[in-house]
Design a protein around this ligand. Structure first.
Ligand code: ZN
Length: 315
């Protein structure tokens, strides 16, 4: 069976772009690997945060839409995003969050791993999970977080669903996931060997209203595919399941297909390549506003409406 290789990126909706940048770079110590615009709504930033080189699977991205209402948490939505950190890092992270006056919750154990939950400034539910470190991670030397504690990439996403059965069938019969187990009403599914970065947790809420996009909410979850061939055969599977995947869309740094899973959450398939250094020197990722070639002729108009962003002060 065709299988996805885990999480490629998660895209969420933020409020003020400067607050978003200050938090993900200034507090969480991630690298801004691409400062671009929403390719469908080019008067909006699209900010990409990742590890030192933008390794697929390390990437959380945002559309800052400060005028939008807060997300309504509900079914058919990804409601929680976890990042991987090395074993023994959480005491460092509690101190760091204290320093930046970021509130966090009680430490929890989820499926045998130690988890620190908190929110970003616009209400997105996040957590840090102490876990085995994936080999693919690349340290960012410019981070204000020391290398041994830096975020290693995505760990997992959590989705609320009105009914689980159809989503579970899609994951297991079409996308290569397997069922791992159930804990506190969360049913865990994982791609491949199921390590960090390959996990989706589902929880059923038959009476909860449908969720709605808004600030502090996840817009979509993208899943990794090796290349366009693998992606197109997964796309066939998804179409065969009666869903309606888009044609292949060129996102310039990767190639994408979008579809809604049966519960309503927007999913994307995305290729690992070509990568964020396709149009910028790896040393200078994220420093300039980058437009895909077809928007370059409109640079002046686009720059005129985007609010200026300054680098976050690192502490
Ligand atoms: Zn995406």
């Amino acid at each position: 069976m065709q299988t996805v290789n885990g999480i490629h990126h998660v895209t969420a909706i933020a409020g003020d772009p400067q607050e978003n940048l200050d938090f993900y770079v200034g507090v969480l110590g991630m690298r801004l690997v691409k400062k671009s615009v929403n390719q469908d709504v080019p008067d909006t930033y699209h900010l990409f945060y990742a590890d030192g080189v933008g390794t697929p699977g390390s990437d959380i991205t945002f559309f800052p839409w400060p005028q939008m209402a807060p997300a309504r948490i509900g079914t058919g939505l990804a409601v929680h995003v976890s990042f991987a950190v090395p074993h023994g890092s959480l005491s460092y992270w509690r101190e760091r969050l204290n320093k930046f006056k970021v509130a966090y919750g009680e430490t929890e154990t989820r499926f045998g791993e130690t988890v620190l939950p908190f929110h970003d400034p616009h209400g997105l539910e996040l957590a840090l999970v102490e876990t085995d470190i994936p080999e693919r991670f690349v340290v960012w030397d410019g981070s204000s977080v020391p290398p041994e504690h830096q975020i290693r990439g995505m760990h997992s996403v959590r989705l609320f669903e009105r009914r689980l059965a159809a989503t579970e069938r899609l994951l297991t019969e079409r996308m290569g996931f397997h069922f791992v187990g159930e804990e506190n009403g969360w049913r865990r599914f994982a791609a491949q060997e199921g390590s960090s970065g390959k996990i989706a947790d589902l929880q059923e809420h038959p009476n909860m209203p449908r969720g709605e996009w808004g600030t502090g909410g996840v817009h979509h979850v993208a899943w990794r595919t090796n290349d366009v061939d693998a992606e197109m055969s997964l796309r066939e599977e998804i179409a065969r399941a009666g869903l309606q995947p888009t044609p292949l869309i060129d996102r310039f740094w990767f190639q994408s297909v979008y579809f809604r899973e049966p519960g309503g959450t927007l999913f994307e398939l995305a290729t690992d390549g070509p990568g964020f250094d396709r149009d910028e020197d790896m040393k200078h990722l994220g420093e300039q506003l980058i437009l895909p070639p077809w928007l370059e002729p409109h640079r002046a108009e686009i720059e005129a409406v985007l609010p200026p962003l300054r680098s976050p002060q690192s502490k």
